[in-house]
Design a protein around this ligand. Structure first.
Ligand code: NAD
Length: 241
């Protein structure tokens, strides 16, 4: 019988926040909230039209801070699991929203940045931001305008925390991907890195993505995620035979 898991890595994508009211990225037509990704999620798009890009992320930030947007049972189930599991647990999210931390997750890496942060393009220092960011916003380190950008990893840029992520993937014995289409590199290849080290790999998603995980469970994240992780807790807490 397989021994209980000792090291678990979970990757989440936009699908886990869909039932909280945040739209997913529509890979099929390349649109994010009705904007082509080249316009709002590339360094070239920002150079071409900074006001449009600032406003796009201002809208995302206002939405995240609105009263209507709350963690759903999938976010809560992951936080509960992290607190009750006595092995190593790392949550990696591609999401720029703050719903995992609001649900209580702690060992969490935002590999694509965070909407409630901005970054100085000179010093690379990162600051919290809850209000709108515009070209005229004065940088807290440079004391001048025009140097700030959303702390978001755009297409063509290097995701954050990759050393820590690769190390965790190489050491884990279970990898679970939740609500991610597998269209965005390098996150789309994480399950293969985990598999090379013989980890079990599980996909929890609304629909099949075509990826070759060992196990798949399909349905709304608010249903399948709590069911899967409650089942896992029962297993890891069961006496060994
Ligand atoms: P994606 O939008 O490409 O794919 C979402 C996946 O979630 C799809 O496979 C879809 O079938 C599934 N899904 C949709 N509703 C679901 C539900 N209720 N329960 C379970 N699964 C559901 O997402 P991605 O792979 O994360 O790539 C999107 C990129 O865009 C990321 O880089 C991310 O940074 C960015 N993004 C972030 C947010 C956010 O922060 N919430 C939202 C949109 C886009």
């Amino acid at each position: 019988m397989r021994s209980p898991y000792r090291s678990i890595v979970v990757l989440t994508g936009a699908g886990i926040s869909a039932e909280s009211g945040i739209k997913t990225f529509r890979a099929a037509d390349g649109l994010w909230e009705n904007h082509p990704v080249e316009e709002v999620a590339t360094p070239e798009g920002f150079e071409r039209n900074p006001p449009l890009v600032y406003e796009f992320y201002n809208q995302r930030r206002r939405q995240i801070l609105s009263k209507e947007i709350k963690p759903n049972p999938a976010h809560t189930a992951l936080a509960k699991f992290e607190h009750e599991f006595d092995g190593t647990f790392l949550l990696i999210t591609q999401n720029i929203d703050n719903l995992h931390e609001r649900a209580g997750s702690e060992n969490l890496l935002h590999m694509h940045g965070e909407i409630l942060k901005m970054r100085c393009r000179n010093s690379q220092l990162v600051f919290d931001i809850h209000e709108d960011l515009v070209f005229d916003t004065t940088c807290r380190c440079c004391r001048s305008a025009g140097n700030l950008r959303p702390h978001i990893v755009w297409f063509g840029e290097m995701p954050l925390h990759m050393n820590q992520i690769n190390q965790a993937l190489q050491q884990c014995d279970l990898f679970v991907a939740i609500g991610t289409s597998g269209n965005v590199y390098p996150a789309s290849g994480f399950y293969q890195t985990a598999k090379i080290r013989s980890a079990d790999t599980v996909e929890l998603n609304l629909e099949p993505t075509g990826s070759t995980f060992d196990e798949h469970k399909y349905g709304q994240a608010s249903v399948v995620v709590p069911a899967y992780f409650e089942g896992l807790l029962a297993t890891v807490h069961a006496p060994q035979g």
